[in-house]
Write a protein that binds this ligand. Sequence first.
Ligand code: SF4
Ligand code: SF4
Length: 166
Amino acid sequence: MNILSEVWSGFTTTLKGMWVTGREYLTGKPITVQYPYTKREMPYRFRGMLVNDVSICNGCTKCSRVCPVNCIEIEAEGKGKERHVTKWVLNYQKCCWCELCVEVCPDTSLLMSHDYETVFTDRNKMIRDFVADPIPPFTDVNPKPGTNPYPKKENEGDSESGRAAA
Ligand code: SF4
Ligand code: SF4
């Protein structure tokens, strides 16, 4: 490619880019929002902060056994319906947000919330015992605990990865 064709190619490419930008500017709707004043609703499969509502957790340990990075530690006592957790610790430093724990949780107490604004300023706070430090009341950006964030659509097969209906 000689120098003239390179210049011509650069010129036409610039024009194409400007055409696309101009067209979207003049005819398209804005796709940005004025965050944090405006917040978008997250898609129902969005993986925000992983939380556990221990009041409905039965301590079955399925989540910790399926976790590929061993970041859940559980202690529980009691049998049958009396069984409850005395310690349910999640290490956010190790969690890779794979969601396997949520998928196996039979009591739907585990939830990938829609909270995308949590910030840790202290590493120690990334290891959280949800029994000693339970989740605060859910805000409007979070699905309520115990609800099913992956509702089955009509005619959807059982192969859908998701949680049991609440
Ligand atoms: S999302 Fe994955 S890595 Fe994180 S706690 Fe659950 S199973 Fe473990
Ligand atoms: S799988 Fe669910 S119910 Fe079982 S210990 Fe984990 S969070 Fe609790």
